[in-house]
Design a protein around this ligand. Sequence first.
Ligand code: NI
Length: 169
Amino acid sequence: MSVLEIKKYPDPVLKRKALSVEEVDGALQRLIDDMIETMYAAPGIGLAAPQVGESKRVIVVHVKLKEEEHPLIVLLNPEIIERDGKVVSEEGCLSVPGYVSNIERAAAVRVRGLDREGRSVEIEAEGLLARALQHEIDHLDGLLFVDRMSPIKREFFRKRYLRRLKESA
Ligand code: NI
């Protein structure tokens, strides 16, 4: 297993719509293991394959906090099939280091996908797990949390972020 480089905004791979996983093979298992290791090393509570430069519909999520603890989740081709309620809470992303923003998300979701063996699974989630799943699934459609900010806030973010990036180059 290895820790992979996490792609940062504005890397174009983060804007691309990722392709469905068609085959559960050894290469995919290696990618999943590397994503898990990369998520733990960051550390983060979730990671989507485009964040390590692989435009594939694969996410890993591990919410393990005092207030909320769940087992490690690996999902291939995840889809949100039900949403309930709305909640605004602070969110950040390993691909957008140094920034957090209040983002509105569904309070509860039901997600359907495949586990790492290719078996069909459904997960019901609320709280931070629901937020993490929505955030990671957004990555598969080329969406970052900053794309869910208001246009004015997003423009303000973009200018500050790109200026900081230029200064640190
Ligand atoms: Ni993210």
